[in-house]
Design a protein around this ligand. Structure first.
Ligand code: 3PG
Length: 419
């Protein structure tokens, strides 16, 4: 038991039917029906392998795509093929979620066999818009179609979907009301890692916050500063530009226009308030970079031309940030320092990422852009821990109780049959 949640060590798995919720939500190339990345599928392999090796009949549930964006709402069929390849054993797949065909496929599983059901979000009660409109309690989620149809076929429930732990949906929070439950190995590793950052980070604890997800960054800053978790927050990207604007620095009209056009103006006041209270901990760029006729340019604050749009931090800033990062006990990273996707403005992110890779402290990275940057610079193997979660990680570090954690604690109180 860790954090009041069972681990896989505390379930009897041999010969049991296990419903296992994973998060293998990946970008999909719709033209070819293939997955553009497989990192989340790779990350859940240890749990699936362990369940199968211990003789469980493994039923995997997963979502693909968001009903809010509707962009990559898609079947899980390609995921089954990838998982099968990674495991080196067959992963059956069925184009049904909880109907008669799915239930029959579950009943016919033999010990050690693995079945992936189709996208759980094809069932409307699993969708985020449904969650937001109806706000079902966990007890009510136990009465949904998905749980009522599948739970009677299973002996226990395992959740390995830390990346979806901020979602309050039946496949994530309903089964724990009726089945003995545990977290999978990935969930355990991710939850322990981020709890460590929050509860007892090795000091000094440096947060590297950049990118363009402003609401996430501000929510998190408020919490980690007010709780004394962060010793320093180094800022880049839009986060840095908003602070500089709040302090009356000239960062170029193009940069300010971008803040206003993106409706981030309200954060300028939030930045002023945060800086007034925690200015000794918030570290801001000393110089900025921009691109002119395809060439990189840089200037110190105070000398930045009025008409540019800053899209990177400069060399002087990198010196200060690298020093803090290299000597940190903990480095938590969310969001790049600038537009790292193009060569003239990749410098700041690349240099800061090199420092993260070489810090003597423990580094934890999360969020899609941070992971993309890590892969682009070939630093994946040198990072301490790369979290599969984006939204879940931010919610956790913003001090919210994750619904799936609450549900799993409840599921830990349900005894196994014969216990
Ligand atoms: C994610 O990609 O952050 C998780 O898979 C959750 O997806 P969602 O935001 O569509 O619920």
């Amino acid at each position: 038991m860790r954090f009041g949640i069972r681990t896989l060590d505390e379930l009897h798995l041999s010969g049991k039917t296990v419903l296992c919720r994973v998060d293998i939500n990946q970008p999909v190339d719709r033209a070819t029906g293939t997955l553009k990345s497989i990192n989340r599928i790779r990350a859940c392999v240890p749990t699936v392998r362990e369940l199968s090796d211990k003789g469980a009949k493994v039923v995997l549930m997963a979502h693909q795509g968001s009903d809010i964006e509707y962009k990559n709402f898609y079947t899980t069929k390609p995921h089954a093929a990838v998982l099968s390849e990674l495991l080196g054993r067959e992963v059956k797949w069925i184009d049904d979620v909880c109907g008669p065909a799915a239930r029959e496929a579950i009943r016919s599983l033999k010990d050690g066999e693995i079945l992936l059901l189709d996208n759980v979000r094809f069932v409307s009660e699993e969708q985020t818009l449904f969650e937001q409109k109806l706000r079902l309690t966990h007890e009510q989620q136990a009465k949904t179609l998905l749980v009522e149809k599948l739970a009677p076929l299973a002996d226990c429930y395992v959740c390995d979907a830390f990346a979806a732990a901020h979602r309050d949906q039946p496949s994530l929070c309903g089964f724990e009301q009726v089945l003995p439950s545990a977290m999978g190995r990935l969930f355990e590793a991710e939850y322990c890692t981020v709890s460590q950052v929050m509860e007892e980070p090795a000091r000094p604890c440096v947060f590297v916050l950049g990118g363009a997800k402003i609401s996430d960054a501000f929510l998190m800053m408020q919490t980690v500063l007010s709780r004394g978790v962060a010793d320093h927050i180094v800022t880049g990207g839009l986060v840095g530009n908003i602070f500089l604007t709040a302090l009356g620095q000239q960062i170029g009209q193009g940069s300010v226009d971008f803040i206003m056009k993106s409706n981030y103006g309200e954060y300028i006041d939030r930045a002023k308030e945060l800086y007034a209270q925690y200015g000794d901990k918030i570290v801001l760029p000393k110089d900025l970079g921009w691109v002119e006729n395809g060439e990189r340019r840089e200037a110190l604050l105070g000398e930045v031309p009025a008409d540019i749009g800053a899209i990177d931090i400069g060399h002087e800033t990198v010196k200060v940030y690298s020093e803090l990062i290299l000597n940190a006990g903990t480095v938590f990273v969310n969001g790049p320092m600038g537009v790292f996707e193009q060569a003239p403005s990749e410098y700041g992110t690349k240099a800061v990422w090199d420092a993260i890779a070489n810090t003597k402290g423990h580094s934890v990275l999360g969020g899609g852009d941070s992971i993309t940057a890590t892969e682009k610079f070939g630093l994946t193997e040198k990072m301490g821990y790369i979290c599969t979660g984006g939204g879940a990680l931010i919610r956790f570090l913003s001090g919210e109780e994750l619904p799936v954690v609450r549900a799993l604690r409840h599921g830990a109180t349900i005894p196994e049959k014969g216990e």
